[in-house]
Design a protein around this ligand. Sequence first.
Ligand code: CP
Length: 293
Amino acid sequence: MKNLLSMEHLSTDEIYDLVTTASQYKSGERALPQFNDTYVTNLFFENSTRTKCSFEVAELKLGLKQVSFETSTSSVKKGESLYDTCKTLESIGVNLLVIRHSQNAYYEELENINIPIANAGDGSGQHPTQSLLDIMTIYEEYGSFDGLNVLICGDIKNSRVARSNYHSLRALGANVMFSSPEEWVDETLEAPYVNIDDVIDQVDIVMLLRVQHERHGIAGEANFAAEEYHQQYGLTQSRYDKLKDEAIVMHPAPVNRGVEIKSDLVEAPKSRIFKQMENGMYLRMAVISALLK
Ligand code: CP
């Protein structure tokens, strides 16, 4: 694998390979490779807790050396382009770049970068490592994707998580449905839109999305009061109680507690939210190993 940019670029075999490797790292069945004299830079132009920190832990466990980069103290502040920043890091001997950027498909400008790139999220485009860790979490639970009913709820239009999972879960055989306010419908994605209350007792997975406040600067975007949103589109106690016994609750986090999900339910028995984060570190080790092979 040369780069990891979008779930649309991965075959189902590649998805299964990455998830299997991550699971084997997690169980101890596969020894962790050690990459000596290998340098990585994590370039986060948007904020992050989970993706940045879990990439960092994954890199340290694989023996990589981290070359620090902060946008606030770098020459980005003097107007340096993303391409020039990346080309500079390549020129001075960095072997791998992990990049999060607010620009959709920022990586299209980086075709002439000759070291691997792991996309840690591009605007409202793609978030491939989030999708892969979600797939790993679902696979741990169900062992297959065929016919699973997945309900993705919330800010579909602005969510790179929704977009990545839409492509990958359908490719793996799951049925993907969306539920969202009309203003956040994404007409480019073909999954059916449903009322959460019509299907909550039938789904195998309910995946809640963070309301993407930072992407709502455009006139006409939905602007709901937190409680109103929670009652209409969120996981309330009453909806949770209607879930099938074996159903699971997912959220990429950070969670707006009391908005997408009732605060008490974040760690409820059916919630896999912290399991997703745990799996993310193993999954990112698998991605780094595949990129540096
Ligand atoms: N899920 C996710 O991408 O979280 P962060 O923005 O904290 O990395």
